[in-house]
Design a protein around this ligand. Structure first.
Ligand code: SF4
Length: 487
């Protein structure tokens, strides 16, 4: 489908798309380095967290410059643009839209002039109390009332935070943040800058990951440890849930704006985070391999070959093969770039469906009883097409194994699965889903076993999309999420 910007065809594959993460954020304070380049490479490592738009804001110490556009990091920035972004500190953002449409003015970082100078801000997550925050914004600054559209330079919840931060007159931004942050509800990892200082904050539940790293001559904050690795920063620690950090010439200052009540997103381990990232001291790759081993014990089957759905199913398929003794093989080839084309596909191309993304290796799978390991089933369309494609390529049997439990509930904390009505799991038993997919058997890992594989206690995890227990109050239905869009 053509997006509202008229350029990017994200839904080229008409069959389905996987869960879409909200965003990736990055921040750097390194006066003697090329911060725009560091941010560019940091965003490159976080591209999987958001592929609709990308942006960088840098500050020279006196002036902030923002550059953002629709598209992948490599499409938005070129050598000339990066060279023009001179600064001592900066932030960057890769975006998927969960609140607010996928259009240019919703790309981040957002920018706003305050009475103390500029403020550029980037956000990963999703706020659940936007009505309340909007009312507060009007109380703080009655001028914000008329007309609404003019005061909110975009419809996303991030702009609301930026507007709030700039509504406290001449108060220093560090003090302002300590007033605003405790009022935010939902999932948020923020990186923001004024002319001189890099700031970072993480919600009290720590739903989304945010880490702190050290360069030889500066500091880095990023959504994932993999982004620290790519810019040569060493991992220092996670930004604590409920922590607010400021970094400037004077060094790093940390304050707590709320007590930590950890509820890390379980789905980060299954699908969202890069395998080479570490969350709460546990490697995502090691967790996924362990999930595969457990899956083999929970759902054994006689078969000739274990194949992954690339790429996120790969570590669990390795684990499944290892624990079951069934050989591992690559039966599907993935085209990593096709979903990000600028050309709207013709009807003929769209009918190819899943083949745009995955192509079977006939000589590997023909005549075999296959175990296919995938990370999750959202609507089921992808897996249905996959099973059909594998049978057409000559597979004798297709046994589907899923490295997460059935996705039964939507996410309000920054992941776009689908509405509950679009999910396949609610109301259907595993056998019915198996029949609907056309598979010979279907097995999901149990929620307890998945939790065990993360090495974190269930009490410290959000598992709401699997069990419906939301650790942060959610808006009634989708109304709150859509509220800002309705104006
Ligand atoms: S609902 Fe699911 S995807 Fe959303 S934060 Fe909780 S575990 Fe993660």
């Amino acid at each position: 489908m053509l997006r509202p910007d008229g350029r990017l065809s994200l839904d080229l594959d008409p069959i389905d798309h996987g869960p879409k993460d909200a965003c990736g954020v990055f921040g750097v304070f390194a006066p003697s380095e090329d911060v725009a380049q560091l941010t560019y490479y940091g965003l490159f490592a976080l591209q999987h967290r958001g592929q609709e738009s990308a942006g960088i804001a840098v500050s020279t110490g006196e002036r902030i410059t923002v550059f953002k556009d629709m598209g992948l990091v490599s499409q938005v920035f070129d050598e000339a643009t990066l060279t023009s972004l001179r600064g001592r500190l900066g932030i960057g953002h890769t975006r998927y839209s969960t609140t607010g449409a996928s259009v240019w003015h919703n790309a981040q970082p957002t920018f706003r002039a305050t009475r103390n100078g500029g403020l550029a801000l980037a956000h990963n997550g999703n706020l659940t109390n936007t009505h309340e925050l909007e009312s507060w914004l009007r109380e703080l600054d009655p001028d914000q009332r008329v007309p609404e559209k003019k005061t909110m330079d975009s419809t996303n919840d991030t702009s609301l935070v930026t507007a709030l931060m700039s509504s406290f007159g001449t108060e220093p931004i560090e003090q302002v943040a300590m007033k605003v942050l405790p009022r935010l509800r939902g999932a948020f990892c923020l990186t923001f800058i004024n002319e001189t200082t890099l700031f970072a904050a993480r919600d009290p539940q720590g739903v989304r990951p945010l880490v702190l790293g050290r360069l030889a001559t500066g500091w880095v904050v990023a959504s994932e440890t993999a982004a620290l690795d790519i810019v040569g920063a060493s991992f220092i620690r996670e930004v604590e849930p409920g922590e607010f950090i400021a970094i400037d010439e004077a060094g790093l200052r940390s304050q707590r704006f709320a007590e930590a009540r950890p509820k890390g997103c379980l789905f980060e381990y299954v699908y969202l985070a890069r395998p080479d990232t570490t969350i709460a001291g546990r490697s995502v790759h090691a967790t996924r391999v362990e999930i595969g081993r457990i899956l083999a014990r929970e759902h054994p089957v006689e078969a000739d070959l274990v194949i992954p759905t690339p790429d996120s199913g790969t570590p669990s398929a390795v684990g499944y093969a290892e624990a079951s003794g069934i050989p591992f093989g690559l039966g599907l080839v993935k085209n990593a770039y096709v979903g990000r084309t600028f050309i709207q596909p013709s009807q003929t191309i769209r009918q190819l469906g899943i083949r745009l993304k995955l192509n079977p290796l006939k000589e590997v799978i023909a005549g075999k009883r296959l175990v296919v390991v995938d990370d999750s089933i959202v609507r089921g369309n992808t897996q249905r097409a996959l099973v059909r494609m594998l049978r057409e390529a000559g597979a004798k049997q297709v046994h589907v194994r899923i490295s997460s439990p059935p996705v039964e509930w939507p996410c309000f904390y920054g992941i776009d699965f689908a509405t509950r009505a679009e999910l396949i799991a609610p109301g259907l038993g595993v056998d019915e889903i198996c029949r609907s997919l056309g598979a010979d058997s279907l097995g999901y890992i149990s929620l307890d076993a998945l939790t065990e594989a993360t090495h974190r206690p269930a009490a410290e995890l959000c598992r709401a999309c699997f069990d419906g227990r939301y650790p942060i109050a959610v808006p009634k239905g989708q109304a709150e999420l859509l509220h800002l869009e309705e104006k």
